[in-house]
Design a protein around this ligand. Structure first.
Ligand code: 0O2
Length: 210
């Protein structure tokens, strides 16, 4: 096992455990036949190349990664509606299997790029054969529309390294606002959508034709 494998092992374990726990929250809503504020959950450990890139850009010494890079373990919780984000954050605040160390609201304070999302940084205790190890993990909570925009922008960023041509920059800003308006429109017919979804899920379970 090399040093990176050893360093990243607790992060990998944390991601596996947290994915099960956060997906479990969604299942509990489903079992109760109520609208789930969580649509789906993803998680990843940052690849070593990205850790090194970010450490270089942000001037983080490699021996300070564990305390200064908060998103080596990263999870995303996607929601259908903007209101669901607050519900999810409250659910996270009520848990006692981790401690929230920081929250960043990029929804009320969007980033200059147009990025919107709610970030919760947690300290998560991983049980290892040599004892407990606390690691930092970042949970990003966002709507499906915010996620669509961020995914596209992230891949363009990879190509242009953040130096977008003016035309693309303008289009991305426009697309961020369009995604925001889409969220607003969906919120206006939220009750109607949720009623239809509960009806659909119940009938799917009983095998009844709609
Ligand atoms: P990855 O793993 O490729 O997604 P900074 O990086 O300076 O903006 P900081 O302090 O690292 O900020 O923390 P922040 O902003 O809370 O979280 C960083 C992560 O948020 C990023 O991780 C992205 O996942 C997401 N993010 C932040 N700003 C943007 C943005 O403008 N566009 C998109 N698409 N995502 C963003 P990384 O490090 O980029 O890595």
């Amino acid at each position: 096992m090399n040093n990176w494998d050893q360093f990243l092992a607790p992060y990998k374990q944390a991601i596996e455990e947290l994915k099960i726990k956060l997906k479990g929250m969604r299942r509990q809503f489903e079992q109760e036949h109520t609208h789930s504020p969580i649509e789906f959950v993803t998680g990843r450990v940052k690849p070593v190349a990205s850790i090194l890139d970010k450490a270089r850009i942000k001037n983080i010494p490699l021996d300070k990664l564990a305390t200064e890079m908060q998103d080596i373990a990263g999870l995303r919780m996607m929601c259908q509606f903007v209101d669901d984000i607050e519900t999810v954050v409250k659910l996270l605040r009520n848990r006692n299997d981790f401690r929230i160390v920081e929250e960043r609201n990029y929804i009320s304070h969007k980033k200059p790029s147009g990025y919107r999302s709610y970030h919760v940084v947690i300290e998560y205790p991983v049980q290892t054969i040599t004892g407990e190890k606390k690691i930092l993990a970042e949970i990003q909570i966002r709507t499906l529309a915010m996620n669509f925009w961020a995914t596209i922008e992230h891949s363009l960023n990879y190509k242009y390294k953040g130096q977008f041509p003016e035309e693309i920059n303008k289009r991305l800003q426009g697309a961020a606002e369009a995604a925001f308006r889409l969220d607003e429109e969906m919120s206006k017919i939220k009750d109607e959508i949720q009623e239809a979804q509960v009806y659909f899920t119940k009938n799917k379970e009983t095998g009844k034709k709609i």
